[in-house]
Design a protein around this ligand. Structure first.
Ligand SMILES: Cc1cc2nc3c(=O)[nH]c(=O)nc-3n(C[C@H](O)[C@H](O)[C@H](O)COP(=O)(O)O)c2cc1C
Length: 357
């Protein structure tokens, strides 16, 4: 097995291997939603990856949905991310920031009192979101964005992408998956708008297309990626025809020349998401979800995808690429400590050791 160790390119972003660290929210930012020194250590430990996609990072106070997630809209946050980018680059990996605006998947107590919960339509999600104490709560009832406010939200993503570049990261990934704001626009059950951002599939894809185009204009298309999970009924998503939605979306995005598409692949009865992507997208593909090394190696060796991303394996195996290279066994994940840990508490975060025989 070695196909995962060959170098790759995602647009302008060079990666020394095809093993990507998937974005993972860990709820460990500081009091001003700024990345901490401990976060820099966490990412540095995992920089055997060719490319790291950061945890979901809010482009604005309104975009925050969970407790203690980092932002990229203040100078303190830019400085914190700069230290992370430096630490990761020193180890030879590339790093892109995942921009995550949670939209309606949000609990007010998790964010600033002055921040608002906004979405395409004023529909509360049925899926609960953990509050500051970790206990799942009913999410907020969002306020529907007015048509003339949408350009402002897109502008927040643009500023965030520019800030990520200013902090020294290699690019930005638009989080269009998992039931957050962009997917709330895409999905027919969460977008009941009657303006040009809702209704027909051409209207429902408009927010994502305009946001990616604006980010591409700001930092260059070859430094912009995006993440999708067609057909996934997560966080209350239930699109009437995901096959049509994502086919139309990818055909609109394809000409932009973006860096990569990051697919969370879920086997569905109705259609095969990877086959849909391959039929409508010719750029680099990063595949994710519950992959084993064997499957990942085969998919890359056969040219089905360009790279793979691992989430949970990277939590408990900071040296995941070394373990792959040397066929060492993998350490088990402790689910209890995924989102815990205050201040300097390293437990379940930076205290997973490298393999020592
Ligand atoms: C603790 C945790 C946090 C996650 N946070 C994010 C996130 O911020 N953004 C995102 O796109 N996916 C997030 N995910 C999903 C992962 O990126 C990935 O899709 C998922 O874990 C499946 O991949 P795996 O089987 O390799 O773990 C998260 C997953 C976990 C386990």
């Amino acid at each position: 097995m070695s196909s995962l160790l060959a170098a790759a390119r995602f647009g302008d972003i060079a990666s020394r291997n095809r093993i990507v660290m998937a974005p993972m929210t860990r709820d460990r930012a500081g009091p001003e939603d700024e990345p901490t020194e401990l976060m820099a250590e966490y990412y540095r430990q995992r920089a055997g990856a060719g490319l790291i996609v950061t945890e979901g990072t809010q482009p604005s106070p309104d975009g925050k949905g969970y407790w203690r997630t980092p932002g990229i809209h203040s100078e303190a946050q830019v400085e914190g991310w700069r230290r992370i980018a430096e630490a990761v680059h020193a180890e030879g990996a590339a790093i892109v920031m995942q921009l995550m605006h949670c939209g309606r998947a949000s609990v007010q107590a998790n964010k600033a009192a002055t921040a608002e919960t906004v979405a395409p339509s004023a529909l509360r999600s049925a899926a609960k979101i953990p509050g500051p104490d970790g206990v799942p709560q009913e999410p907020d009832v969002p306020r529907a964005l007015a048509t003339d406010e949408i350009a402002h939200v897109i502008g927040e993503y643009v500023e965030a992408a520019l800030n990520a570049r200013r902090a020294g990261l290699d690019g930005a990934e638009l989080h269009c998956a998992s039931g957050y704001l962009p997917m709330q626009f895409l999905s027919s059950n969460s977008n009941l708008r009657t303006d040009r951002y809702g209704g027909s599939v051409e209207n429902r894809i408009r927010f994502v297309v305009e946001t990616l185009a604006a980010m591409a204009k700001a930092i260059g298309p070859a430094r912009v990626g995006f993440r999708i999970c067609p057909g996934h009924q997560i966080n209350g998503m239930n699109d009437a025809d995901p096959e049509e939605t994502y086919t139309t979306l990818l055909r609109a995005i394809e000409p932009m020349g973006l860096a990569y598409l990051h697919l969370i692949h879920l086997p569905l009865a109705a259609f095969n998401p990877l086959a849909l992507v391959r039929a409508n997208w010719t750029g680099p593909i990063i595949l994710n979800n519950s992959l084993s090394f064997e499957e990942a190696d085969r998919l890359v060796a056969e040219g089905e995808v360009d790279a793979v991303s691992f989430g949970r394996h990277f939590v408990s195996n900071p040296d995941l690429v070394e373990r792959y290279r040397k066929a060492h066994p993998l350490a088990k994940l402790n689910r209890e400590t995924l989102y815990t840990g205050l201040g300097d508490d390293r437990t379940g975060y930076t205290d997973y050791p490298a393999f020592s025989g």
